[in-house]
Design a protein around this ligand. Structure first.
Ligand SMILES: *Cc1c(COP(=O)(O)O)cnc(C)c1O
Length: 369
């Protein structure tokens, strides 16, 4: 019996192979006589798990040696505070506001940064477009520029990271990549720091990934909690205090799963990207030719991970969701701030899941034509 397809935006589907391996190792990890949940975070077993996860991620995402990989707690929202506490140096920080998540990040930074400046916003288009980087009003001497590279609620994605140097800015780019990390390669030459909660595309909730250039570490404000000072976390290999050990372990299994993936000749992240492009194209092409479903995002900035769509008559929403659930298509209800539906199609969603969704959408539309 196949498991249903889970379109949740997060916590989201985890590859079945990963769940099975975690289940098989639940009571006794590799002959240690312990579950990973029962191990000392400083013991040799867990240290090996953590080091392997870090090495696999560094390889998969081609993270250069001058960047530290930190496994933290606090989630994406935690980092909304932790980033300004570590990087703002009590100066101005710039925000590019492109949806619900960057809006939230900007608000939180206002508690810690001396000044928060909105360099660009796509609010006038109800966040259905992205502002052209050439039009951004970057401040001189900003401590950093924050973007959310994939807006999980509004379904917009930067298909390329902005090149701040080419825009005349020396500020490091801070990227919230919570909802599309590991869905495509990252151009690290354009990044100062990237963060993401694990529960969208990496593993269970509880672990937060931070990838930060070394020269940005060590400048925390005096009020920064010690456990959230990147210097303490980095100097102790993510074990300054007890890290989310189970989350790191399952994320590590997911990294190994990604390493095993192939799409034609493409391995790992390149395979994920090719598959994600194919999945997104199938769904958007179907929506665009349909008379019932509508996605309002400009085609050149549509998210490959989160596909919000409306039915042209919202009285049909409940029937759509009920029929989907009957067919094993779960958690398609849209975010309350935009309504309608949202299909999140992260790495763990196979092409067959998107095909099943499109087949159902087609049938639902036909029945009402
Ligand atoms: C889910 C999400 C967050 C919030 O993460 P939490 O772990 O719930 O704090 C932040 N940013 C983006 C882009 C997200 O998708």
């Amino acid at each position: 019996m196949n498991r249903p397809y889970n379109f949740s935006a997060g916590p989201a589907a985890i590859p079945e192979e990963v769940l099975q391996q975690a289940a098989a190792e639940m009571l006794d990890w590799h002959g240690s006589g312990m579950s990973v949940m029962e191990m000392s975070h400083r013991g040799k077993e867990f240290v090996a798990i953590c080091e392997q996860a870090e090495a696999d991620l560094r390889e998969l995402l081609a993270i250069p040696p001058e960047f530290k990989i930190l496994f933290m707690q606090g989630g994406g929202l935690g980092e909304n505070a932790i980033v300004p506490l570590n990087l703002s140096r009590a100066a101005t920080v710039d925000f590019v506001v492109t949806g619900g998540w960057s809006q939230k990040s900007r608000k939180e930074a206002g508690k810690y940064a001396a000044e928060v400046h909105t360099a660009a916003s796509s609010e006038a288009s109800s966040f259905t477009t992205l502002p052209d980087p050439a039009s951004w009003q970057l401040s001189r001497g900003a401590s950093y520029v924050h973007i959310c590279s994939n807006e999980t609620i509004h379904g917009v994605e930067f298909h390329q990271l902005p090149d701040l140097k080419a825009l005349g800015s020396d500020a490091p780019l801070v990227v919230d990549f919570s909802s599309h990390v590991a869905s495509r390669p990252v151009d690290w030459s354009r990044v100062g720091l990237a963060f993401g909660g694990a529960q969208k595309n990496l593993g269970p909730a509880g672990v937060t990934l931070v990838v930060v250039r070394e020269d940005l570490i060590g400048h925390a404000l005096p009020i920064c909690p010690s456990a959230f000072d990147y210097k303490n976390v980095a100097n102790n290999d993510s074990r300054y205090n007890t890290p989310p050990t189970w989350g790191i372990y399952v994320a590590g299994l997911t990294f190994q799963w990604i390493k095993r993936q192939r799409e034609g000749d493409l391995p790992g992240i390149a395979a994920m990207e090719a598959r994600n492009i194919a999945k997104a194209r199938l769904l958007y092409d179907f929506i665009d030719q349909s008379g019932l479903y509508l996605n309002k995002v400009a085609p050149n900035c549509r998210s490959r991970m989160n596909v919000p769509f409306l039915l042209n008559n919202n009285a049909l929403d409940e029937a759509f969701l009920a029929g989907a659930k009957e067919r094993g298509l779960l958690q398609l209800k849209g975010h309350k701030s935009v309504g309608g539906m949202r299909a999140s199609i992260y790495n763990a969603m196979p092409l067959a899941g998107v095909q099943a969704l499109v087949a159902y959408m087609r049938e639902f539309e036909r029945q009402r034509a």
